[in-house]
Design a protein around this ligand. Structure first.
Ligand code: C2E
Ligand code: MG
Ligand code: MG
Ligand code: MG
Length: 278
C-alpha cells in the first residue's frame, strides 16, 4: 500500500485523492449550471427496421457541451448526476426536448415514429418529482403515448420494489412502451421479461459485436431472439457496425437494429434531414 512506499508517496496519494474529489465537485457545480444554460443537448440515433431498412425509431442520447472542457459524454456525467440527484432534472429536460421534437417529426415526416429515452433508477425512487408526472405532461402537450419508449435497465427491476413495478404498469396502461436496455450485461433474467411489461428488449452491443464469431454469444443471441418472439417482445440489436452482423441478426429474426453501420447519433438538424429524405 501507499504507507509501505514511505511518507512522501502517502502524501501524494492523499493529494491525488483530494484532486479527484475537487474535480468531481467542480464537475457537479458546472453540471448544475449547465442544465439551465443551454449546455446540454440531445442527439438522436436512428433505429432501423431490419426488414425494410426504414428508420422507425430513434434513441435520445444526452450530451454536454462544456464551455471550457468541450464535449462531455454521458458516461462521464450520468453517474455523478445519479449520485447527486441531478439526474432527475436532466431526465425531465431531455424528456421535454424529445416530446417537442417527436410531435414535430410525426406531423412532418413519419406518423408512427417513436423516440426512446434512457431512464435512471433514481427517477423511479423519487416520490415528488415522480416519473409518472410524464404521463400528465404528455396529455397536456398532445404527445401521443405511443410516441415515447422508456428504456430501463435490469438494475431497476432487481430491487423487486412494488412501487417500481406500479410505475411501469402505469406507463403501460397509458400506452407508453418499455424497453429493457443492455440485455445480456446483467443477470439477463427471463423472469423479468414475464413479470414486467416489457415491449422491447435491446440486446447489448457486447453480444452483437461477437455474433459473427464462433462463440457462445452467437447461440445466446439467437436464443434470446427466439425466446423474446415467443413472449411477444420485439428485439432491437444495439451496436451493429458491420454488414455481417446485420445479415446474421436479420436471419436470426431480429426485427430492429441500431449502430454505426446505419448511423452515429445525430444532432437534431441532421436527424431531421435524414427523416426528410426517406
Ligand atoms: P445506452 O443507452 O446503451 O446507449 C447506447 C450507447 O452506445 C450510446 O453511447 C451510443 O452512442 C453507443 N453506440 C451506438 N451505436 C454504436 C456502435 O455501433 N458501436 C459502438 N461502439 N457504440 C455505439 P453514449 O451516447 O455515449 O451513451 C452512453 C450511455 O449513457 C447510454 O448507454 C446510457 O446508458 C447513458 N445515457 C445517455 N443518454 C442518457 C440520458 O438522457 N439519460 C440517462 N439516464 N442515461 C443516458
Ligand atoms: Mg439506451
Ligand atoms: Mg444500451
Ligand atoms: Mg448502456
Amino acid at each position: 500500500g501507499a504507507k509501505a512506499l514511505g511518507k512522501n508517496s502517502f502524501h501524494y496519494y492523499t493529494k491525488s485523492m483530494r484532486d479527484k474529489a475537487l474535480k468531481r465537485m467542480t464537475l457537479l457545480k458546472d453540471l448544475r449550471y449547465a442544465i439551465g444554460h443551454q449546455q446540454l443537448f440531445v442527439e438522436y440515433q436512428p433505429i432501423v427496421d431490419l426488414a425494410t431498412s426504414k428508420i422507425t425509431k430513434a434513441e435520445a442520447l444526452v450530451r454536454w457541451q462544456h464551455p471550457k472542457d468541450g464535449l462531455i459524454r454521458p458516461d462521464e456525467f450520468i453517474p455523478i448526476s445519479e449520485e447527486s440527484g441531478l439526474i432527475v432534472d436532466i431526465s425531465n429536460w431531455v424528456f421535454r426536448q424529445v416530446c417537442a421534437d417527436v410531435v414535430h417529426w410525426r406531423k412532418q415526416y413519419s406518423a408512427d415514429l417513436q423516440i426512446s429515452i434512457n431512464t435512471s433508477p433514481v427517477h423511479y425512487a423519487d416520490q415528488d418529482s415522480c416519473i409518472t408526472n410524464w404521463i400528465d405532461y404528455m396529455e397536456s402537450h398532445q404527445v401521443p403515448a405511443e410516441a415515447i419508449l422508456l428504456e430501463i435497465t435490469e438494475g431497476l427491476l432487481m430491487s423487486g420494489d412494488d412501487s417500481v413495478s406500479n410505475k411501469l404498469f402505469h406507463f403501460k396502461k397509458n400506452g407508453v412502451g418499455i424497453a429493457l436496455d443492455d440485455f445480456g450485461t446483467g443477470y439477463s433474467s427471463i423472469s423479468y421479461l414475464k413479470k414486467y411489461p416489457t415491449d422491447y428488449l435491446k440486446i447489448d452491443k457486447g453480444f452483437v459485436q461477437s455474433v459473427t464469431e464462433v462463440t457462445n454469444d452467437k447461440v445466446l443471441c439467437e436464443a434470446i431472439i427466439v425466446m423474446a418472439q415467443k413472449l411477444g417482445i420485439n428485439v432491437v440489436a444495439e451496436g451493429i457496425e458491420t454488414k455481417g452482423q446485420y445479415d446474421m441478426l436479420k436471419n436470426m429474426g431480429c426485427q430492429f437494429g441500431q449502430g454505426y453501420l446505419f448511423s452515429k447519433p445525430l444532432g437534431k438538424q441532421a436527424f431531421n434531414a435524414l427523416l426528410s429524405q426517406q
